[in-house]
Design a protein around this ligand. Sequence first.
Ligand SMILES: O=C(O)CCC(=O)C(=O)O
Ligand SMILES: [Fe+2]
Length: 260
Amino acid sequence: MKTTTLDTIIDLTRYPIDDADFAQTCRATLDTTGVLVLPNFIQAPALDAIRAEAEQSLDQAYFCAQNHSVYLTPHNPAFSKDHAANREVVSSKGCICDDIIAANSPLRALYDAEMFRDFIKDCTGETSLHPYADTLSSINIHYAHRGQELGWHFDNSAFAITLLIQKPEAGSQFEYIKDLRSSDNMNYDGVTALLDGATIPQTLDMDPGALVLFRGSNSIHRVSPNESDTTRMLAVLAYNAQPGVSLSESARKTFYGRLS
Ligand SMILES: O=C(O)CCC(=O)C(=O)O
Ligand SMILES: [Fe+2]
């Protein structure tokens, strides 16, 4: 499928992303709730093309599983192994990188479109957004087969942009607690209660074609294990506030299995 104009990818009638009032409404939602979900943001034919590309590229995905703390920090010897700072959760997924995404993919057209980037700036308050300097990190597609999950974590980045491509029949629920921590309060007790199952998180409903903006640096979140034989497929669009930034070599090695 050849997609060159943005209106073949985004439903611009329902979502006039270049309209200042619309963008302000989106920003207010993101600011108050920590998340913005735009259902059916992607037009059906473009979503079909993205799903076909994701399916065709699956055999090139790098699958890995990691144990990590919810804070994504190394073991802290000041605390015990069972302390919230050190307790380990598991994340297991597959990933294909930007260099696998086709030049004519609707994902790339969307990622590169100035109108879309301006909308993301309007929503997040960022003044400039740039692609990654490395060849792998700007557009990724994540895969989760049966049993695979993303463990509880706080993001390192201020916000994330995702696009659900395919949804399993069961499991793979996006769960979160808004502002469980703040920049100056790790809230170990709150994290312990969640990991012990004493706190019930909120669930975010999303269907294929939805655009999701999520502020995850203080809002803990996870994607529960896929409980079906339909693979969860999700595109992640990543920008930087500064030009010329590469994802760290250690992160590329860990998540992509290669540096370039
Ligand atoms: O898979 C998702 O919906 C969320 C992904 C996520 O939280 C992350 O990549 O940090
Ligand atoms: Fe995350």
